[in-house]
Ligand binder design. Sequence first.
Ligand code: AP5
Ligand code: MG
Length: 205
Amino acid sequence: MNVILLGAPGAGKGTQATRLAEKYGIPHISTGDIFRENIKKQTPIGVVAKSYIDKGQLVPDEVTVEIVKQRLAMDDCKNGYLLDGFPRNTFQAEELDKFSTVEKVVDIDVDLTKLLKRITGRRVCVCGESFHVDFLNGKTTCDKCGSELYQRADDNEETVKNRLSVYQNQTAPLIEYYQKAGKLVLINGDQSIDKVFEDITKTLG
Ligand code: AP5
Ligand code: MG
């Protein structure tokens, strides 16, 4: 089961991918998470990635494609994978087609005007869970593991606006790309997290 989760920043790709990976026993591969891990460890890739992520721009293709190519070649991807945040433009999609065969592309669709609030209110945990301040009732620790929650560096209003416009200009054309390939499944992402999960699992089987 080789699946891509497509969707704008804040659409719920990470939230759903965590749950889907658990259900299907396949790895959740988020290029954003890989970059953040590299930034934390101050690797050469991290240094390059940070300068783009802080501005809400895409990290250059030559860096990103190579990371994904190497990751998908690893043993745990043999029975499938969930790609979250890759591909993000037509070039990346074409490159992916050269080294792997994607079966389904799940597009989590949410009206872009609702996403600014979702993202600026997001609080994340080192364990991978994410929450929204509106539902935390003042709590500052993770329900799952108890660690202190924090806000992502790129979740401020100015950067989010850039991320949304990059999505519109560069990533949204992939909807048509995968529609033409007969791989696209459209999911209404403006429903409860559980309902979105239910709809996705129905289409994945
Ligand atoms: P990345 O980490 O991929 O960020 P993103 O695409 O901007 O997406 P997010 O992680 O913000 O949103 P999400 O869809 O995962 O939403 P979530 O589930 O957390 O990328 C970051 C940066 O890295 C990019 O800007 C770029 O610079 C670089 N990068 C990454 N991949 C790249 C690539 N391929 N090429 C080049 N550069 C790349 O949910 C968001 C919030 O909403 C949470 O608070 C959550 O609790 C809440 N929520 C989730 N679902 C629901 C729901 N159904 N109802 C209500 N609230 C919900
Ligand atoms: Mg995410």
